[in-house]
Write a new protein. Structure first.
Length: 359
């Protein structure tokens, strides 16, 4: 007899996935992961189409958020992120996801573990995977989550109510330092790169160093097997240098190619996450890329175009742009990030029970 577990299905930013209460899942990590893989992949592990599960056949739609009241005094909620590696029957939990984070507070309100205020509700969310804290504010007129609104997120169809996310203490969240290699620029296989972690470990490289313009469409990059092989070779070495160990079976670090902006933004990007080209750019990846733009002598020097007196950084991507608000100062040539703000949206798609195959 299959096991039924309550869930909600949310779109958060340009990702979507399943949200569970921690209390509804097994405490044993191995069994928990088995249940989560079953929910997304179904009984036929290894099917990249995920027809037998609730996954969408893409890493952007095969995500899971596990939510509970926080165990630390600095936060109201704990959010643990799980990325199901499609078609592999495996999960990754080394990183967090800023898009799914946008759905955490709405889910907590819908689940009754956070009581809504009016006209807005805020909470401090502990990102358990990395240990960072994010202050999140959602629209809750008449004590109900409002999903409809006029905020447009490039890469997402339609408009929704804004969700404000202010990330605190994200520097070195996974790698232990903003520049985990200790260098502004490293060289891997004759390619210069900036390895950075302001909430998401990212390796940033010039598209031109690969013989590319940086404006190629997604399909063109996906079909360039030689390019993907070289980027993966660099990723494996960079992962070691970034204190991440053997990343061959992990989804971090993310890999980013940059070029000069062409849409009035700060920099133009193509993000590999890490083996598939992102249709847009992840929330915390955008924060890390924006942060690289203000670092002296980073890979973005002479490419990024921004005003030193502006806190807004428009990061261009294949579907449009992503604006990051950095509250920062530079003291003795050292960059101090006080908070990183973004605007996201979320929508509740469905709720019910997912049936887990236990044999």
């Amino acid at each position: 007899m299959p096991l039924a577990i309550p869930y909600m299905h949310f779109r958060g930013g340009s990702s979507k996935g399943l949200f569970f209460l921690k209390k509804d899942l097994p405490e044993d990590e191995t069994l928990r992961n088995q249940y989560l893989i079953s929910a997304i992949e179904g009984t036929t592990l290894g099917d990249s189409r995920q027809i037998d599960g609730l996954g969408g056949g893409s890493s952007l739609s095969s995500k899971i958020a596990i939510v509970s009241p926080s165990t630390i005094p600095e936060a109201d909620l704990d959010y643990f992120f799980v990325q199901v590696q499609i078609g592999k029957g495996k999960v990754s939990t080394l990183q967090t996801c800023g898009n799914m984070l946008a759905g955490v507070l709405p889910f907590a309100i819908e689940s009754g573990i956070i009581k809504a205020s009016t006209p807005t509700t805020s909470a401090r969310i502990n990102m358990v995977n990395t240990g960072g804290i994010c202050e999140v504010l959602v629209q809750t007129p008449e004590y109900q989550v409002q999903y409809e609104g006029s905020t447009k997120i490039d890469g997402v169809v339609g408009t929704s109510a804004p969700i404000i996310c202010n990330y605190l203490d994200t520097i070195g969240a996974t790698c232990g330092a903003l520049l985990p290699t200790g260098n502004s620029i490293d060289v891997f296989y004759d390619i210069e790169a900036t390895c950075i972690d302001n909430g998401m470990p990212v390796v940033i490289m010039r598209a031109s160093d690969f013989g590319l313009s940086g404006y190629e469409n997604i399909l063109e990059l996906e079909e360039n097997s030689a390019l993907k092989q070289k980027i993966e070779a660099i990723r494996l070495i960079a992962g070691q240098k970034m204190q991440l160990g053997d990343v061959s079976q992990q989804t971090i670090p993310k890999m980013c190619l940059i070029a000069a902006p062409i849409q009035g933004g700060v920099v133009h990007t193509r993000m590999f996450i890490p083996h598939v080209v992102h249709e847009a750019i992840g929330v915390l990846a955008a924060v890390s890329v924006a942060t690289a733009c203000i670092l002296p002598d980073s890979i973005t020097t002479k490419i990024a175009n921004f005003s030193a007196d502006s806190a807004l950084f428009s990061i261009e991507h294949p579907s449009g742009e992503f604006t990051v608000n950095l509250d920062y100062l530079i003291k003795n040539q050292e960059v101090i990030i006080q908070s990183s703000g973004v605007v996201r949206t979320a929508r509740l798609i469905s709720k019910g029970e997912v049936y887990i195959a236990t044999s």
